[in-house]
Ligand binder design. Structure first.
Ligand code: UDX
Length: 474
């Protein structure tokens, strides 16, 4: 049994950009509290990050450079990679069912072996705690096997946690199919007063995702502690309801106010430097457009968006991921489009998002509502136009548009039209029409600041979490 006084956590994110980023912040924060951290990436993720940070680039260092220099940073963070069970060239896009099945069934073998090796009593500093993403289906089994503490890290809001946790209720009430065209209200989930069925996560897009979420939310019930990237004051009823059953701490926003200065970049793709372009644009005049790292957008929507952006006449940076359609296609945009918008539109395959949205020239974010994008946008005081695509993004939109009122909805119907895109952009980028949204963002941003201050709830909960963890470990 590996129980030494020195707290040493093995930290493992789901192998996706939107999970790796917040987990790095968590690792740094825990290391600053005296924890030894062993941070695990899959070999595939490691190779992507390495490729994205060629030595000649001026971009921030890749993870292993920082994490393997504990003396320089003063933190003891070690970095290891493991196989996810697939060859490097294997297609891991979100619709790749074999890969998702592998995450459910095969990946745990590799983690099990690693934990077994690192938890041995005769190791120097054996690990005594497993901090794993809530979306894994096996952490409690491995933690139990090696008698180490299991912390589940939920990178998304409590609303989404509650909905996934009560999957059985959704099924019993017939909310298990596609919700897009439904208008009814769901009011039977504990801690969630009401949510439109169209805002429910699209978890049934295929049976493997459903299985993954179902199993993961069975496993999380056995965690010693659950921590989540949200804020008590912003989701009080939902969090209180979860806390009735579990030790659940809202410790968000896990990124701190100076997150844009972080010198570690974990981007899976090379970042296009937009700074010079932004420097030449007036304050608040640029709309940033991005659909995150995994979701696919259909070609019709891309075209309507392209036309809407042109008609809006605003400046924009549009992150058009190379695989946004789910296949490589070079000419997604209308012929001559880039030429036509070249003075006011910059289209890039990937960028350093925090650096872009924190630039004073950026005045709005048209987003798929990935949770990290929502949090980062609020930190930068930037209101949103929401165009959620899959999974939690629909429920995140509820928080953004209806609860906190820091954004507006783009698509009222299934598809989007260029006229809708134009008018919503005009509304958001006009300081008069979006005045209330901007005030609301400033307020939520202040809540972020306050919650991380000495007596703020997230700070208090984080310290409590650390104390309890140390006690459990010792
Ligand atoms: C998905 C889910 O939608 C999200 O809610 C969940 O928490 C993680 O998985 P993703 O599509 O990756 O997320 O979006 P998001 O959560 O917004 O995370 C994307 C991350 O990539 C952000 O931290 C963002 O700053 C970064 N990013 C995005 C870049 O650095 N550059 C880009 O060009 C685009």
């Amino acid at each position: 049994m590996a129980k030494k006084l020195h707290p040493h956590a093995l930290v493992i994110p789901c192998p996706y950009q939107g999970h790796i980023n917040p987990t790095i912040h968590l690792a740094l924060k825990l290391a600053s509290k005296g924890f030894i951290i062993t941070f695990i990436n899959t070999q595939f993720i490691h190779s992507q990050i390495t490729k994205a940070h060629s030595p000649s680039s001026s971009e921030p260092s890749g993870l292993e450079n920082i994490f393997s220099k504990p003396c320089e940073s003063g933190l003891d963070i070690r970095y290891l990679t493991i196989s996810d069970g697939f060859p490097l060239e294997f297609d891991r896009n979100m619709n790749s069912l074999p890969f998702l099945e592998g995450l459910i069934n095969g990946f745990s073998n590799y983690v099990d072996k690693l934990v077994g090796d690192l938890a041995k009593e005769d190791c120097v500093d054996p690990i005594n705690c497993l901090i794993a993403d809530t979306f894994f289906v096996w952490p409690s089994i491995i933690a139990k096997k090696y008698e180490i503490v299991h912390v589940s890290f939920f990178t998304e809001p409590a609303l989404v946690f509650a909905l996934y946790y009560h999957l059985d209720l959704l099924e019993e009430n017939g909310h298990s199919g596609s919700h897009e065209n439904r208008k009814d209200i769901v009011d039977y989930i504990p801690g969630v007063k009401s949510i439109k069925s169209s805002d429910l996560p699209s978890l049934y897009q295929n049976s493997v995702v459903h299985q993954l979420i179902y199993k993961a939310f069975q496993d999380v019930r056995k965690a010693d502690i659950i921590i989540a990237n949200t804020v008590q004051e912003l989701e009080p009823e939902t969090i209180t309801s979860i806390q009735e059953k579990h030790k659940f701490y809202a410790i968000g926003p896990i990124v701190s106010a100076n997150f844009t200065e972080l010198t570690i970049s974990s981007s899976l793709w090379s970042e296009h430097d937009c700074t010079q372009w932004l420097d030449a644009k007036p304050r608040g005049s640029v709309l940033y457009v991005s659909f995150g790292s995994v979701a696919l957008v259909n070609k019709e929507d891309i075209l309507e968006l392209a036309h809407g952006l042109m008609l809006s006449e605003v400046n924009f940076i549009w992150v058009l991921r190379f695989n946004v359609l789910g296949q490589d296609e070079n000419d997604i945009l209308p012929v001559g489009y880039k030429e036509k918008v070249k003075d006011r539109g910059l289209i890039v395959p990937w960028c350093n998002q925090p650096r872009v949205i924190s630039h004073s020239a950026v005045g709005g974010f048209l987003s798929h509502c990935g949770w990290n994008s929502v949090v980062e946008s609020i930190w930068c005081g930037v209101p949103l136009i929401c165009s959620p695509l899959v999974t939690d993004q629909l429920a995140n939109r509820k928080l953004v548009v209806y609860d906190w009122k820091v954004g507006i909805n783009l698509r009222d119907e299934e598809s989007i039209t260029r006229e809708e895109v134009r008018s919503k952009i005009k509304y958001l980028m006009n300081e008069e029409t979006s005045n209330n949204l901007r005030k609301n963002v400033a307020q939520v941003k202040e809540t972020f600041h306050n919650t991380l201050a000495t007596n703020g709830s997230s700070n208090v909960y984080f310290n409590k979490f650390v104390e309890e963890l140390k006690i459990k470990i010792s």
